[in-house]
Design a binder for this molecule. Structure first.
Ligand code: IMP
Ligand code: MG
Length: 174
């Protein structure tokens, strides 16, 4: 079956919005250092773009989790595939995610990170699908709220493809 990607959010719009969120984070963390945690792989493209636009000191770390479930639906049981390199003690942490969907992965992850003694933890996401929420998660910084459609690009994949698209789109089957 042939497929194509319909553009939902153009590259310029995404870049402009990331700049705004970067400015906001720079203001909110003035005089502090922000420790960004990227949730691989989806969050990687967004985190790089965001980090370049933050003007306060930034440190970075990466983690990879997999949720037990099908490719398009998460179960909320999260396995750490790659843990952080650095401790979080007394750090001002911002978790950077590609998308908050049901909220299951994030609510589990945030609780686990809070147990490691950071000074603060906030959540920043490129995309949010509020209609899909099953578990309540507080999102501090959202670039875009989108309708309930399966999206790709800017780190998000469909069967591991399309992460490298510089825009956000919806996969359609011809
Ligand atoms: P949650 O636990 O349901 O919030 O799952 C979030 C994870 O599911 C994201 O980090 C993505 O990896 C994946 N996901 C959810 N919606 C989409 C989508 O529209 N496109 C691609 N991946 C998605
Ligand atoms: Mg993700």
């Amino acid at each position: 079956m042939a497929e194509h990607v319909r553009v939902l959010l153009a590259e310029e719009d995404v870049d402009r919005r990331i700049q705004e969120i970067g400015d906001q984070i720079s203001r909110d963390y003035e005089g502090k250092q922000v420790h960004l945690i990227c949730v691989l792989k989806g969050g990687a493209f967004f985190m790089c773009e965001l980090a370049k636009r933050i003007t306060v000191p930034v440190s970075l770390d990466f983690m990879s989790v997999s949720s037990y479930g099908s490719a398009t639906k998460s179960s909320g049981v999260v396995k750490i595939v790659k843990d952080l390199d650095e401790p979080l003690k007394d750090k001002d942490v911002v978790v950077v995610e590609d998308i908050v969907d049901s909220g299951r992965t994030l609510s589990y992850l945030l609780e686990m990170l809070k147990d490691r003694g950071p000074k603060s933890v906030r959540l920043c996401t490129l995309l949010d699908k509020p209609e899909r929420r099953v578990v309540d998660v507080h999102v501090d910084y959202t670039c875009f709220q989108i309708p309930d459609e399966f999206v790709v690009g800017y780190g998000l994949d469909y069967d591991q493809r399309y992460r490298n698209l510089p825009y956000i789109g919806v996969v359609e089957f011809d």
